[in-house]
Design a protein around this ligand. Structure first.
Ligand code: G6P
Length: 610
C-alpha cells in the first residue's frame, strides 16, 4: 500500500506532488511527506495524519524546487508518526519513498548498524535509504547505486529515490508493487497509479516487474529491465477523463459511487449483449475456444471481490453446470492445490494490484490451468496484463475505500461469464433470453432501489447506538449478507457477522437479544419459506428484525419487525439488487456515527502488501 508521486519538472513541483498525494490517499492515509531538491539542497516536510495535515504544514513552510518525491503512508513497519513518515533520509543529501515491504530489513539493518549508520525510524524504508547512501558513496552515480541496492532487497516494493548531488534526477523501481511513469512535455513524473498524475498528463508508461527508470531534466525517461538492459517502452494514453476525483454534489465519494451504479452497470453491459445471448467475444477473441473446454472453475479474490466470487458459484453451477471452487487469495496461494484437468482460473479485483490476488495468479500460472481470466476494474493493472483473458468491469475509478460500484459491476461481469459459459455448454435459449432481458432491465431497477434512500436512512437511526449486528441470507444471498456485514464493520466500526440463515440455531441464536439487530435479505425465491421460519426464531428471542424483501412477499411490519420492500426482480439477479440497500444502510449508519466514511481507520483501498 502507500502512495508514491515524483516529478522532474520545469516548474515548482510542490503543487503537483500535493495534488498527486490527495489522489493517492486511498492507498493509505496515516501520514504524508514530501522532499524537494532546490539549489543542490534537500528540503523535507512531513506530517502525521492525512494529506491535509501536510498541506497545512506546507502553507507555513513551503518547499520550492523542480524535482521532488512524495508519499502517503499506510503503516506496516513502525506506528504512524512523523518520524516514520516518508521520505526517509540518509544524511542530508539522499531521500527515499517506498511502497511495499522489504522482508530482509532486519539483517540489512544489523549490517548497516555495524558500519555506523544510525536509524531515526522503525521503518524498513530507512534501511533502503542508508543502503543507497553506502552504494552512492562508491561514486558510480545514482542509477548504478540503485541497481546494486535492489539486488540486495527481498520482498515486494516500489520505490523512488533522489540525491542532492544529482539535482534533476529521480530513480524509480518496481518489483511487486505498482509504479507508472507519466510522460509530460519536457517533464516526467512517477506515480503509484495514473490517477495520481492526471492533472499533469494523460500519457503513461506502465513499468514491468523488475524495471528501473531514470527520470531526468527535460523530460528524459530511460527504462531498464532487471538485467540493466535499456527497454523500449510504449506510451499509453489514459482513457478515463480527469474530474473523476471529485465528489460532485455528494457529501462522500462512497455515496456518489453508490448512486453511480445504474450508469456503471449499464456501462458494464454495453456492447456485450446480443439480442438473446451474451457475446462470448466480450472476454477476448480466444474466449470461445477456451470456454468450450472448461470443466471446472477456481475463483480467487480478496475482500469484497471474494464475496462476488461466492455469488458467482451459485450462478455458474446452476446455469452453466460447471463445478466451482471459490477461495480467498491469501489462503489459496499457500496451499497445495489440486487442479483438475481443464480448469479455468478466475481472479476478481477492483484494483488489479492486490498483492495476494496477484501472487495467486502467478502461482496458478505454474499449476497447469487451462487458462486465466481476470474480471477487473483498472485497465493496464498488473492482473489485467498478466491474465490470458480479461473482462473490464467499467465501473470507473472507485475512490471510497469501501467497495460499492466495483462489487455490483463485478457481479454483472460474473453473470456475463455464467451466460457465456452457459451458451457454449448448452444452456437453453429460453433461459439465456430471459436472463439477458433481466440484465437489460437491471439499471432501471437499481435506480428504483436508490429512490428508497430516504426510508433506508430512517432505518439507520436504529443502529446508531448498537455495538453488534447480525446479517442473514440464504443461497446466493448468503454472500450478500457477508458483504452487508463487511460494509457495516468497515465504515461504521460496528461489529457485524453474517450467517447462512439455516445456521442460526447452530450458534448465533445464542447472541440474539434486544441489543442485537438482525438484518435479513429476503427475495421472493424458493428459500423464502425457510427464511421466514428463521426470522420467527429471531423474533421469538426478542431480536429486532430489519428485512429487505420483495414487494410481493407476505411479510408485514409489526413491533420489532421493520420491512423495506424492493421491486420484483428475476431471482438470479436479486443478489445484485439486494446489495444496494445494504450499502446505503451502512453508509447512513456511518454518517450518524460520524466516522470517516471514505477513508475508514486502519484500512486502505488497494492492499499491495501481503
Ligand atoms: C481492500 C479494500 C476492499 C477490497 C479488497 C480487495 O481490502 O478495502 O474494498 O475489496 O481490498 O481489493 P481488490 O482491488 O482486489 O478488489
Amino acid at each position: 500500500m502507500c502512495g508514491i508521486v515524483g516529478a522532474v519538472a520545469q516548474r515548482n513541483v510542490q503543487g503537483i506532488l500535493l495534488e498527486g498525494l490527495k489522489r493517492l490517499e486511498y492507498r493509505g492515509y496515516d501520514s504524508a511527506g514530501m522532499a524537494v531538491l532546490s539549489s543542490g539542497r534537500l528540503q523535507r516536510c512531513r506530517a502525521l495524519g492525512k494529506v491535509a495535515a501536510l498541506e497545512a504544514r506546507l502553507e507555513s513552510e513551503p518547499l520550492e524546487g523542480s524535482c521532488g518525491i512524495a508519499h502517503t503512508r499506510w503503516a506496516t513497519h513502525g506506528k504512524p508518526s512523523e518520524a516514520n513518515a516518508h521520505p526517509h533520509h540518509s544524511g542530508e543529501r539522499l531521500a527515499v519513498v517506498h511502497n511495499g515491504i522489504i522482508e530482509n530489513h532486519e539483517t540489512l539493518r544489523d549490517d548497516l548498524r555495524d558500519i555506523g549508520y544510525e536509524f531515526e525510524s522503525q521503518t524498513d524504508t530507512e534501511v533502503v535509504a542508508h543502503l543507497m547512501d553506502r552504494e552512492y558513496r562508491k561514486g558510480d552515480g545514482l542509477l548504478v547505486a540503485a541497481r546494486r541496492v535492489l539486488a540486495k532487497l527481498e520482498g515486494a516494493y516500489a520505490l523512488a529515490v533522489m540525491h542532492a548531488d544529482e539535482p534533476d534526477v529521480i530513480i524509480g523501481a518496481r518489483k511487486g508493487s505498482p509504479l507508472v511513469v507519466g510522460v509530460g512535455i519536457d517533464e516526467a513524473f512517477l506515480g503509484s497509479d495514473p490517477l495520481a498524475l492526471l492533472q499533469v498528463t494523460d500519457r503513461f508508461i506502465y513499468l514491468q516487474e523488475g524495471d528501473v527508470v531514470r527520470l531526468s531534466k527535460g523530460g528524459v525517461i530511460e527504462v531498464f529491465d532487471d538485467n540493466g538492459q535499456p527497454v523500449e517502452y510504449t506510451v499509453h494514453t489514459f482513457e478515463h477523463g480527469d474530474g473523476v476525483a471529485s465528489k460532485g454534489d455528494y457529501r462522500h465519494f462512497m455515496l456518489k459511487e453508490i448512486f453511480e451504479q445504474p450508469a456503471v452497470i449499464a456501462a458494464a453491459l454495453e456492447g456485450r449483449l446480443g439480442e438473446h445471448s451474451v457475446l462470448v467475444e466480450s472476454f477476448g477473441p480466444e474466449a470461445e475456444a477456451l470456454f468450450a473446454r472448461v470443466q471446472q472453475i477456481h475463483i480467487v479474490a480478496c475482500g469484497t471481490s471474494f464475496h462476488a466470487g461466492m455469488v458467482a458459484r451459485y450462478w455458474l453451477e446452476r446455469y452453466a453446470g460447471v463445478p466451482v471452487q471459490v477461495e480467498v487469495a491469501s489462503e489459496y496461494r499457500y496451499r497445495a492445490v489440486v487442479v483438475p484437468e481443464n480448469t479455468l482460473f478466475v481472479t476478481l479485483s477492483q484494483s488489479g494490484e492486490t498483492a495476494d490476488t496477484l501472487a495467486a495468479l502467478r502461482f496458478a500460472h505454474e499449476q497447469g490451468y487451462l487458462g486465466s481470466l481476470a474480471i477487473c476494474n483498472v485497465p493496464g493493472s498488473s492482473l489485467v496484463r498478466e491474465s490470458d483473458l480479461t473482462l473490464m468491469t467499467q465501473a470507473g475509478p472507485e475512490i471510497g475505500v469501501a467497495s460499492t460500484k466495483a462489487f455490483t459491476t463485478q457481479l454483472v461481469g460474473l453473470m456475463l461469464l455464467t451466460l457465456a459459459l452457459g451458451r457454449v455448454r448448452g444452456l437453453s435459449n429460453d433461459t439465456q433470453t430471459e436472463l439477458v432481458s433481466a440484465l437489460r432491465g437491471l439499471p432501471r431497477l437499481v435506480s428504483q432501489v436508490l429512490a428508497l434512500d430516504g426510508g433506508i436512512e430512517a432505518l439507520s437511526m436504529a443502529f446508531a447506538e448498537k455495538q453488534h449486528a447480525l446479517f442473514l441470507g440464504r443461497g446466493a444471498h448468503f454472500p450478500i449478507a457477508l458483504e452487508g456485514a463487511l460494509k457495516l464493520k468497515e465504515i461504521s466500526y460496528i461489529h457485524a457477522e453474517a450467517y447462512p440463515a439455516g445456521e442460526l440455531k447452530h450458534g448465533p441464536l445464542a447472541l440474539v437479544d434486544s441489543d442485537m439487530p438482525v438484518i435479513s435479505v429476503a427475495p421472493n425465491n424458493e428459500l423464502l419459506g425457510k427464511l421466514k421460519s428463521n426470522l420467527q426464531e429471531v423474533r421469538a428471542r426478542g431480536g429486532e428484525l430489519f428485512v429487505f424483501a420483495d414487494e410481493s412477499v407476505g411479510l408485514d411490519e409489526e413491533e420489532g419487525v421493520r420491512v423495506l420492500r424492493l421491486p420484483h426482480i428475476h431471482d438470479a439477479l436479486a443478489p445484485i439488487l439486494y446489495t444496494i440497500p445494504l450499502q446505503l444502510l451502512s453508509y447512513h449508519v456511518a454518517v450518524l456515527k460520524g466516522t470517516d466514511v471514505d477513508q475508514p481507520r486502519n484500512l486502505a483501498k488497494s492492499v499491495t502488501v501481503e
